[in-house]
Write a protein that binds this ligand. Structure first.
Ligand code: PEP
Ligand code: MG
Length: 851
């Protein structure tokens, strides 16, 4: 800054008032004075009875933290003789927190005597003692234990004053201006403290976020007439339904009884006891009016904090009602339906991620939580059940009708049946795209992975928590996949809330958004969920999941073990009708919408057993010697299976598999069409890295299509596309696009390969990496726009340059993340595809981007 500019800044600073009384016309703004000051001004403009309030802007508070105090005597001058005030924080955004409210500033011997004369010694003692305790703890930073057990007696008050003087070597300050100065200083410094700074930055506050403060005349909820304090709101904070909730306490301050309190009474008429509505009908009616005025004019459901002093009603503050996710949806939709806000505003008021909480059961936030392990919140929702350590045990438990939680070190494809049977999954290892996480999300199964502080002892069949607690098979636990926590016992749940307001909000979202949303769905039940959530088609059907069901695994294994082409053809011939039935079913459910089927992807060894027992069972099933089976399994195992014989590499070396799948798809399309279900199947080739792979597979698929047309005497159309999952495919997207109608970016593998980081092993060090700032976020969770994103941009632009009508999509797990959707939308992608349960989140996030 130039010297003359510095001078200008100094002049401007000195011209800016150090504090402002809040009146209807005072220059008070959220950016300078904070949300609370602005909100109080709005209440004043609505003519609500707000006690005198002075707003101190963030610039003044920053100067206070730097040692420059305003004239606190001048601030207090308008509050009359013997002032008694409160100070509350007023940052720019209420979510950024701030120091706690201080009440009763100005309390001293003189004021104590006046209060004793008016309200009695007990009340005066209690108020003075309360202030000394708060001041000593928060301002003088004395140990709060000093006042432990101090009741409201006169002796306790004298003891507190003595203790304060002893510790600070000065008497308790009597000058209200000095008290206020110290309170302001301590609040300003608390805001600048490291932990407060980190906390608010975690909630999105910028580094330079400032704190405003409001100083308000205290209205004591004391007196012979009806007096007390309370809060009232007009919606239920958990359901969002219209309902008066809150509390009111007679002879009380800030929700705390002062002395000889008559305690809490009901707000509304209640057969169980007296209510404010009956005792003070006028004040109650005023509160209802104020609530409605806030709703209409502040365009929000507010919680009003009020005091009654001898029947006179004062409104001290109003804050947005704290609300659950389900309440936030209902409140936003109801406000829009009542024409208080627009539909676009309603859409912007709901956090997309919060929607996923509505789709699943949740741990009731009002219940205590006994957490025994924390991990990655891999699939949202909560489930309770008995611990089982194997898929067999999970199936047995499901057969008995007993909900269970499958606990594994990590899951493998053979655990899918166990996952289907379980109510929830907890694993010691794994990250956001590990097997358990991907399958859990696909099934809508609550899942916590990478709970690395747990020790699973398979031999002893027990689970050790870090705090020493031990859990055995059969013990009941709760898995909270929304928060990534495992809880002891069966905790109360809130049921999913797919109600009318949820659907209304999403229908408004669809009217706004301009990027498509499809679902990743592998089974009829996934497809039904996808349809129910209004996905615009299936963007990824991982066909390999179909081979793990029922007795198909055995046929699949026979195919893998086939020694000759004839044997392999025989096994594939048995798989063909199963696949055809799968696809027919999917096409029927998704009729009218596109269904994108990915050809077989995983390495074959995933279908083979690894344990001794499993190998023996397989040898029996195949009627082969155990040694042969073991040798074959060893021959198929790879050092790094995710970089070996999988995806299109299998399709090139064992073409019969893809041919069988293509035939099943085409025959299913014909069959579905015969039932009046029109689909245009899309076939997608995984793990491509060279254009020649596409050419070879495409030629074979075209041959199969021609053969099916001839044999069945029916025509059909289909689209062939390529999954871009290797960096090379992204770089060569221009060549590839000549042979593909669409490119779908598989960002799970693409992230893995761009970083050279195994998605199954990343969980071991990911949290350390994120904590130490090596990665800003887990790239398997949040798309790495700088690196992987650049490959997406390169692939998209090269692809589109080669073929202008190329469809571009993302089908990795990033698909539903609002940040990824923003990226894809800006890059001109046609759609994103994500787990069915994340479709609503993606629909809302996409709408918010278009508004
Ligand atoms: C991907 O790699 O992003 C993808 C969608 O495929 P999968 O997760 O099945 O490897
Ligand atoms: Mg992949």
């Amino acid at each position: 800054m130039l010297p003359e500019e510095q001078g200008d800044a100094a002049v401007q600073r000195s011209e800016r008032p150090e504090f402002t009384e809040i009146t209807p016309t005072a220059p008070v703004a959220v950016a300078s004075h904070g949300w609370r000051a602005k909100c109080l001004q709005r209440l004043v403009r609505l003519d609500l009875p707000v006690p005198r309030t002075v707003a101190i802007p963030a610039a003044t508070v920053r100067a206070i933290a730097g040692g420059h105090l305003p004239d606190t005597g001048a601030i207090l001058a308008g509050f009359g003789a013997g002032p008694l005030v409160s100070v509350r924080p007023s940052s720019e955004n209420p979510d950024w927190g701030g120091p706690g409210t201080m009440l009763n500033i100005g309390m001293n011997d003189e004021r104590h005597a006046a209060l004793a004369a008016e309200h009695g010694a007990t009340v005066a003692d209690a108020l003075y003692l309360r202030f000394i305790r708060a001041y000593a703890t928060h301002v003088a930073r004395l140990d709060p234990d000093m006042f432990d057990g101090a009741d409201g007696s006169a002796e306790a008050l004298r003891a507190a004053l003595r203790a304060y003087a002893q510790e600070t070597e000065e008497p308790f300050p009597q000058d209200p201006a000095r008290q206020l100065a110290e309170v302001l200083r301590s609040m300003a410094r608390a805001w600048e403290g490291t932990s407060a700074r980190l906390l608010r930055q975690a909630k999105g506050a910028p580094a330079e976020a400032g704190l405003g403060l409001v100083v308000q005349d205290m209205v004591l909820g004391l007196g012979r007439g009806e007096s007390g304090s309370g809060v009232i709101q007009f919606v239920d904070p958990v359901s969002g339904q219209a309902q008066i909730t809150g509390r009111y306490m007679r002879q009380a301050q800030g929700g705390d009884p002062i002395a000889q309190s008559e305690g809490e009474i009901y707000l509304t008429r209640d057969p169980r006891g007296p209510s404010l509505e009956e005792i003070c009908p006028d004040a109650f009616a005023d509160l209802l009016r104020y609530g409605e005025a806030c709703r209409r004019r502040l365009r929000e459901e507010m919680q009003i904090e009020f005091t009654l002093a001898n029947g006179r009603l004062c409104v001290l503050d109003a804050v947005k009602v704290a609300r659950s996710s389900r309440a936030s949806v209902r409140i936003a939709v109801t406000l829009a339906e009542d024409e208080v806000i627009s539909r676009s505003d309603a859409l912007l008021r709901v956090e997309p991620r919060a929607l996923s909480e509505l789709l699943h059961r949740q741990v009731d936030p009002r219940r205590p939580r006994d957490i025994f392990a924390r991990g990655i919140a891999a699939s949202p929702g909560a489930a309770k059940g008995r611990i089982v350590f194997s898929s067999d045990a999970a199936q047995a438990s499901a057969a008995r009708g007993e909900p269970c939680i499958l606990v594994r070190r990590e899951t493998a494809p053979e655990d899918i049946r166990g996952m289907h049977a379980a109510a929830g999954v907890l694993t010691e290892r794994g990250g956001m795209t590990s097997h358990a996480a991907v399958i859990g999300r696909g099934l809508g199964l609550p899942c916590v992975v990478g709970a690395s502080e747990l020790r699973f002892d398979p031999r002893e069949r027990l689970l050790r928590a870090r705090d020493g607690r031990v859990f055995r098979e059969g013990d009941v636990i709760t898995v909270d996949g929304t928060r990534g926590e495992a809880l002891v016992g069966a905790v109360d749940m809130l049921e999913p809330a797919l109600d009318d307001t949820f659907r209304t909000l999403l229908s408004w979202a669809d009217a706004e958004r301009d990027i498509g949303i499809r679902a990743n769905a592998d089974s009829p039940s996934d497809a039904r969920i996808a349809r129910d959530f209004l996905a615009e088609g299936i963007g990824l059907c991982r066909t390999e999941h179909m081979f793990f069901q029922g007795d198909r695994l055995t046929v699949m294994r026979e195919m893998i073990f086939a020694d000759t082409a004839e044997d392999r053809a025989a096994a594939l011939a048995r798989l063909l009708p199963m696949q055809r039935a799968d696809f027919t079913h999917l096409f029927e459910i998704m009729h009218g919408l596109p269904v994108c089927i990915r050809l077989f992807d995983p390495p074959l060894h995933e279908f083979l057993p690894h344990s001794r027992d499993g190998l023996r069972e397989l040898a029996e099933a195949l009627d082969k010697p155990l040694s042969d089976v073991t040798r074959r399994v060893e021959a198929l195992s790879e050092f790094n299976p995710m970089l070996g014989m999988r995806g299109v590499r299998l399709g090139i070396t064992l073409p019969e598999i893809y041919e069988m799948q293509a035939r099943a798809i085409f025959e299913a399309a014909i069959e579905a069409a015969r039932h009046g279900r029109v689909v245009v199947p899309e076939i997608m080739i995984p793990l491509v890295s060279a254009v020649r792979e596409v050419e070879l597979v495409k030629a074979r698929i075209e041959a199969v299509a021609a053969a099916v047309r001839t044999r069945m005497g029916a025509d059909f159309s289909y689209r062939l596309g390529v999954m871009v999952e290797t960096p090379r495919a992204a770089l060569r997207a221009g060549d590839i696009a000549h042979h593909a109608a669409f490119l779908s970016f598989g960002t799970n593998d693409l992230t893995q390969m761009t970083y050279g980081l195994s998605r199954d092993d990343a969980g071991r060090f990911m949290s350390a990496y994120v904590q130490s700032g090596v990665f800003p976020e887990d790239p398997f969770h949040t798309l790495d726009v700088d690196g992987v994103g650049e490959l997406l941009l390169i692939g998209a632009s090269r692809g589109r340059r080669a073929r202008a009508d190329l469809t571009l999509a993302v089908c990795g797990e990033h698909g539903a993340n609002p940040e990824s959707i923003a990226f894809c939308r800006a890059a001109g992608f046609n759609y994103v595809s994500c787990s069915p349960f994340r479709v609503p989140v993606a629909r809302l996030a996409a709408a918010q981007l278009a508004i």
